[in-house]
Design a protein around this ligand. Structure first.
Ligand code: NAD
Ligand code: MG
Length: 395
């Protein structure tokens, strides 16, 4: 029997890599649903190649043009749905076994959560959904008995270094620390006085990974590592002080687990997201991902440094948010999404990103994030507030 798969965010960097791996193992998978926000050209090409039963196009203005194109195509029977609610519908279809959660940002929360509640195997790339909803997401997984497999390369590496039979959300008692590796991004060594003049084009040009724009900027500010530190606390049930961020510019080791007996397990490989994607798709087996074998002789050396929180205030803010707890990670994530968007649109400077986030966080009192309603409400408030802060900043 083929496994049914739904890919939320099929047209993005992770979505495209997922379909690349799926195509290598077409006898194992049936693509049930693909979703896109606006990119109907890529979605159309994916329909021709993978013939899903459903597509969802969130941007309603693009739907008619897509339907017209499909009508005269070799795959006219594909059902086209639109709007954000349709994402939840396709993520919970009976014939879907696995859901790749690869929408960027908070927009992915509701469909990923719906998949978790429906007991699907959730392949989680969309770290923002987990960071903003925290315990609610992990509780949904525990309640439904769903399997949650991390796609983020670091978390996938940690998962692979966990004891046999490990299940996400559980505290592995013999593991005392996680060493969360980070490349340090493109500005690891840039003189601090040049940082305010960084352009969006410079920020999205990551030295080791080819990714969507938002996560590329997050990598440059190191908010990505901050979000990942919070993600690691949730996925592996650890406290922030048990997660040590390690700058490792070569991106060969994707993270490590330090055990009580002094053993440190690391997962290595070429920096290509098809490795964690193939791992999670095949889990608990393994199969080919299409990625070149690691040439250890070309690696030559591996460096490890402590992160500099002065250079990367976003990482400090992420520690402050998780230590404060409650709604603060939701605020951090929302303010970051707005600030990054403003930077990409050249409304604010690179170094304004942490300023906006910090000012936004200062406006909130910590309170428990114990319902989805509270989370969605705080997310909205933090976005509005961040936009106001940006208006004030740029006068
Ligand atoms: P991307 O920008 O390349 O793609 C984003 C996808 O989300 C697209 O398919 C887009 O259509 C969809 N989307 C965007 N806004 C939407 C909305 N409002 N509603 C519905 N769909 C929407 O991003 P990406 O690099 O593929 O990253 C996706 C997620 O995976 C992010 O959360 C990112 O942090 C995470 N991730 C990515 C990588 C990577 O290498 N790219 C690595 C680790 C984790
Ligand atoms: Mg990562």
């Amino acid at each position: 029997m083929k496994k049914g798969i739904c890919i939320l965010g099929a047209t993005g960097s992770i979505g495209v890599s997922t379909l690349d791996v799926v195509a290598r193992h077409a006898h194992l998978y049936k693509v049930i649903a693909l979703t896109a926000n606006t990119n109907i050209d890529t979605l159309y090409a994916q329909c021709l190649a993978h013939h899903p039963e459903y597509v969802v196009i969130v941007d309603e203005t693009k739907v008619q043009a897509f339907k017209d194109k499909l009508k005269n195509s070799p795959v006219p029977d594909i059902k086209v749905l639109s709007g954000a609610h349709a994402l939840e519908h396709v993520a919970t279809l009976d014939n879907v076994d696995s859901v790749m959660a690869a929408i960027v940002g908070a927009a992915g929360l509701l469909p990923s959560l719906a998949a978790a509640k429906a007991g699907k195997t959730v392949l989680l790339a969309n770290k923002e959904a987990l960071v903003m909803s925290g315990d609610i997401f992990m509780q949904a997984i525990a309640d439904s008995g769903a399997q949650l497999l991390p796609i983020d390369s670091e978390h996938n590496a940690i998962f692979q270094c966990m004891p046999a039979g490990y299940k996400t959300g559980v505290r592995a008692k013999q593991a005392r620390r996680i060493l969360l590796t980070a490349s340090g991004g493109p500005f690891r060594e840039m003189p601090l006085e040049q940082m305010p003049h960084v352009t969006p084009a410079q920020a999205v040009a990551h030295p080791n990974w080819d990714m969507g724009k938002k996560i590329s900027v997050d990598s440059a500010t190191m908010m990505n590592k901050g979000l990942e530190m919070i993600e690691a606390c949730l996925l592996f049930n650890m406290t922030p002080d048990q997660i040590q961020v390690v700058i490792h510019p070569q991106s060969v080791i994707h993270s490590m687990v330090d055990y009580v007996d002094g053993t440190v397990l690391a997962q290595m490989g070429n920096p290509d997201m098809r490795v964690p994607i193939a791992h999670s798709l095949a889990w608990p087996e393994r199969f080919e991902s299409g990625v070149e074998p690691l040439n250890i002789f070309e690696v030559r050396r591996m460096d490890f440094q402590e992160p500099n929180l002065e250079r990367f205030p976003c990482l400090r803010l992420a520690y402050e948010a998780i230590n404060a707890g409650g709604i603060m990670p939701t605020v951090l994530n929302a303010a970051n999404e707005i600030a990054v968007d403003a930077f990409l649109n050249e409304r604010v400077r690179f170094t304004d990103i942490p300023v906006i986030i910090e000012r936004c966080m200062q406006q909130f009192e910590v309170k428990p994030a114990d319902s989805l309603e509270i989370i969605l409400d705080v997310d909205k408030q933090a976005r509005n507030l961040s936009n106001k802060i940006i208006d004030e900043l740029i006068g």
